[in-house]
Design a protein around this ligand. Structure first.
Ligand code: PEP
Length: 255
């Protein structure tokens, strides 16, 4: 059965679309996508474009915003970093944590991911925790084990510290081999991985694990979004490349 949760459509712009381009994006996107009560739309612009993006979408409270990364310190000598409070002050409600590019390009560890999940939660923002296996791990039949390890590492501390914070948590299953490659998981692949994630969430968090949304991400396009959204256990989509074009993002948000 397809998910009964209200689908979440989330756009990860990565290091694309500065303030001027972000404003132009919303001018076009908002004319193509009317607010829908049965959808949650979230956009993660670059931190430097967040204010411009929010300003451009100010007439549309249905569009929510987040940042792509945070530092765990409150403030200080961390050149180039953004704190959770700063992100909150700039209007972010969500924070991407543990995205594959943070883990594999910037070397972020499971321990750092856990620290970020805790910090984001404690300060009242919602972490969108990304997990996913590399191609060699998939081929070795380790998908569920890798994802379970990433979930345990990121969430065990939070469960002990403040289980009520789990109410705001979102998980994104993003197989590394599908991100930006044009190679998408089939709806069946996504459902199988999401079922493993749901089991792990239940065992880690008990009843709270039932309600945590699990999004799929990895080469989602306007052409495959409907089939992925209809797959059992898929509660929404996290989209990179195809969210940069207002027309294709509007089509995905309407899928
Ligand atoms: C992502 O960056 O989270 C992502 C899923 O990228 P893409 O849609 O381009 O594969």
């Amino acid at each position: 059965m397809a998910s009964l949760r209200k689908p979440i459509l989330a756009a990860n712009w990565k290091m694309n679309l500065g303030p001027t381009a972000a404003s132009g994006f919303f001018e076009s996107f908002l004319s193509r996508y009317a607010a829908r009560a049965d959808r949650t739309v979230i956009v993660f612009p670059s931190a430097i474009a967040l204010s411009a993006a929010r300003h451009a979408a100010q007439a549309r409270p249905d569009i929510q915003f987040g940042v792509q990364n945070v530092h765990t310190a409150e403030k200080g000598a961390f050149t180039g970093e953004t704190s959770v409070s700063m992100a909150h002050d700039a209007g972010a409600h969500f924070v991407l944590v543990g995205h594959s590019e943070r883990r594999h390009v910037f070397g972020e560890t499971d321990a750092q991911t856990a620290e970020k999940v805790s910090r984001v939660s404690v300060l009242g923002l919602a972490p969108m925790l990304c997990v996913g296996e590399k191609i060699e791990e998939r081929e070795a039949g380790q998908t569920n084990a890798v994802v379970a390890r990433q979930l345990r590492a990121a969430l065990e501390g939070l469960v002990k510290q403040d289980a009520s914070a789990l109410a705001a948590l979102v998980i994104a299953y993003e197989p590394v081999w599908a991100i930006g490659t044009g190679r998408t998981a089939t709806p069946q692949d996504a459902s199988a991985a999401h079922a493993g994630i749901r089991d792990e969430l239940r065992s880690l968090t008990g009843a709270a694990g039932e309600a945590i949304p699990i999004l799929y991400g990895g080469s989602v396009t306007a052409a495959n979004a409907s089939a992925l959204l209809a797959a059992p256990g898929v509660d929404g989509l996290l989209v990179g490349g195809a969210s940069l074009d207002p027309e294709s993002w509007a089509a995905i948000c309407s899928a």
